[in-house]
Design a protein around this ligand. Structure first.
Ligand code: SF4
Length: 113
């Protein structure tokens, strides 16, 4: 199987062609540096995403949050359900943990309230 990806590691945005056999990357072309190979392998075999969203505070305000580390892409919707059902307790400072241990990450505040 061949996949075509755009490397997002740097602004150059190399177009990558990735050959996959038995769930493993066997060749990557189009990359201008070795980071493109690592990106292709991660994206094809273990895609991860940083989630950004909002959480409602106990007084009704809404604050922006994000995962402090990427989580498995396959867990994005479960993560969003957890975020959507959470309530943040005031006061909140940037970096405060709003939800602990979400698929290997914490959901943290990205604004004060
Ligand atoms: S392959 Fe290297 S040069 Fe190309 S976009 Fe990725 S990081 Fe940038």
């Amino acid at each position: 199987m061949t996949r075509e990806l755009t490397c997002i590691i740097c602004p150059r945005g190399c177009g990558l062609k990735v050959e996959i056999e038995d769930g493993k990357v066997v060749s990557v072309t189009g990359n201008s540096c070795p980071r493109g190979v690592k990106y292709a392998e991660d994206e094809c075999c273990n895609p991860m995403r940083t989630i950004t969203s909002t959480v409602r505070c106990e007084d009704g305000r809404v604050i922006s949050v994000k995962t402090d580390r990427p989580i498995p892409k396959a867990k994005m919707f479960e993560c969003m359900k957890m975020i959507n059902s959470a309530t943040a307790h005031l006061p909140i400072h940037i970096g405060d943990v709003i939800i602990e241990d979400v698929f290997g990450s914490n959901v943290v505040a990205t604004e004060n309230a």
